[in-house]
Design a binder for this molecule. Structure first.
Ligand code: 13P
Length: 258
């Protein structure tokens, strides 16, 4: 049985004070939660502070929001997977819509990052998803397939072993309107089947998160779907109490299924 994974993607938000307060609050609450893996992705500059404010028995893991396509060298301003590993990062988000859009990242760049992350023994969180226009033109599955093909055709299906896919429809990001849980289930099932054609056992174990306006009110209905293995949470992850409620919901749903 897959363990759900809830990641808080803080994007370009937070400061030293909010990171410390958030970690203290979340560590206290999470002590009794079993049945959900948890990670936070503050801006890179705050990862170290987050780590050093966690209690020794904390099970919160560190996630980076981005990584470079190189490991070292003359690439001013960049950060490598090796460096992230060095400070204790476990997950790295790649292919987020905001990076595809604002930073013009291509599927090829993303495949390169995926391979480097796997090489370091870290876990990529590959974001995929369609625009409103794609959805209206019934191209959702074709768009997701192309984004998955970038990995499948360059490094193969085995790369998805111990990896995470986050299905984030662009039209649901930061809008306050989550996608319908049945719609999400349909796409998650498509994603799993698409990988299954290449490797059934890898497809069965790959974590497929949903992302796009997840909050404490819509989490249960989403997590109750068989192929939704947790969430990549944006805005709602900035508040420790709400983020905890989402984690708690994921754990409860999972423990009921057992
Ligand atoms: P919101 O939860 O704010 O819609 O953001 C989703 C997201 O982009 C997470 O990566």
């Amino acid at each position: 049985m897959r363990t759900p994974l809830v990641i808080g993607n803080w994007k370009l938000n937070g400061n030293k004070h909010t990171v410390i307060t958030f970690i203290n609050r979340l560590c206290n609450k999470l002590i009794s939660v079993i049945g959900c893996d948890v990670a936070i992705a503050p801006p890179i500059i705050y990862l170290y502070i987050a780590k050093h404010n966690m209690t020794t028995n904390s099970n919160i893991m560190l996630c980076a929001q981005n990584v470079d396509t190189n490991i070292y060298g003359a690439f001013t301003g960049e950060i490598s997977a090796k460096m992230l590993k060095d400070i204790g990062v476990k997950y790295i988000i790649i292919g987020h819509y905001e990076r595809r859009y604002y930073h013009k990242e291509s599927n090829e760049d993303i495949a390169k990052k995926f391979a480097l992350i796997k090489n370091e023994g870290l876990i990529p969180v590959l974001c995929i998803g369609e625009s409103q226009t794609d959805k209206n033109a019934s191209k959702t599955e074709a768009v997701c397939a192309t984004q998955l093909d970038a990995i499948l055709n360059s490094i193969g299906a085995k790369a998805f072993e111990n990896s995470v896919i986050a299905y984030e429809p662009i039209w649901a990001i930061s809008t306050g309107e989550s996608a319908n849980p049945l719609y999400v289930q349909k796409i998650h099932n498509f994603i799993r089947n698409y990988i299954s054609v290449h490797d059934e056992s890898v497809a069965k174990q790959v974590i497929i998160q949903y992302g796009g306006s997840v909050n404490a009110n819509n989490a249960a209905e989403l997590f109750n779907q068989p192929d939704i293995d947790g969430a990549l949470v944006g805005g709602a992850s900035l508040n420790a109490e709400i983020f905890y409620q989402i984690i708690h919901t994921a754990a409860c749903v999972r423990n009921k299924k057992k």
